[in-house]
Ligand binder design. Structure first.
Ligand code: SAM
Length: 212
């Protein structure tokens, strides 16, 4: 029998809650997954953000605006503020707690479609919290938001059973295949690799630089 969280239902001492109940993203949640042994920290995000920003420069992209979707503790936003203070960063999150604590706009990426695009969009470990129907809309909104480059991380069903450390990762999420994500992402993007996606019609890639 699959575990209770297999379909995204969170069970606990009280009523079952869906994985995308915004109230679950509270003080306890961030301490649990971003404390010692948690998913990642500001130092590791610094390595990742440095790499993403510099790959964008290598490809000739100008990163003047960034949208950080599901910003959580705001590590990407803070990295940009410190290292590239002239870059305008909009950080959004569906959690009232995260918005009040770390200063994001309270917006749900499944419901909010930006009217303007951002040079870089970051969606780091967010889509797995959103049910299928809403995740398709969220991906469409990422497509509308991305001017030059998307950095995306979302663990697939395979990752959740074979790759991640279940002690430091939130397993109470929607488990979907990589094929499911690719089918929806490829309507808007070409996959480059290492979590990077470029919009169709964006910067041309060498044949062996991006995946098909
Ligand atoms: C695992 S945390 C990742 C935080 C941050 N991106 C990072 O990697 O450090 C997931 C975050 O996504 C937010 N989130 C979940 N569903 C969302 C939605 N539909 N729209 C915007 N944010 C969402 C949660 O509130 C939470 O802060």
């Amino acid at each position: 029998m699959p575990p209770a969280w297999h379909d995204g239902t969170v069970t606990g001492a009280h009523e079952p809650r869906p994985a995308d109940d915004p109230h679950r993203f509270d003080d306890r949640y961030y301490r649990r997954f971003y404390g010692d042994g948690g998913a990642h920290d500001a130092v590791r995000i610094g390595h990742l953000a440095t790499a993403v920003h510099h790959m964008a420069l290598w490809w000739g992209m100008r990163i003047r605006t960034v949208l950080d979707v599901g910003a959580g503790m705001g590590m990407w936003r803070d990295w940009y503020r410190t290292n590239h203070p002239n870059v305008g960063v909009l950080s959004i999150d569906v959690s009232e707690y995260a918005c009040a604590t770390w200063g994001h706009e309270l917006l749900d990426i499944a419901e909010w479609k930006p009217h303007t695009s951002f040079d870089l969009v970051v969606c780091h470990s967010v889509l797995q919290y959103i049910d299928d129907e809403r995740a398709v809309r969220a991906i469409d909104h990422l497509g509308a938001a991305t001017g030059e480059l998307l950095y995306l991380e979302a663990p697939t069903a395979h990752d959740l059973t074979e790759v991640v450390d279940p002690t430091g990762t939130d397993m109470e999420v929607y488990h979907r295949t990589g094929d499911w994500y690719r089918a929806h992402l490829e309507r808007h993007f070409r996959q480059v690799g290492a979590g990077l996606w470029i919009p169709h019609g964006g910067v041309p890639m060498y044949e062996l630089e991006a995946s098909r």
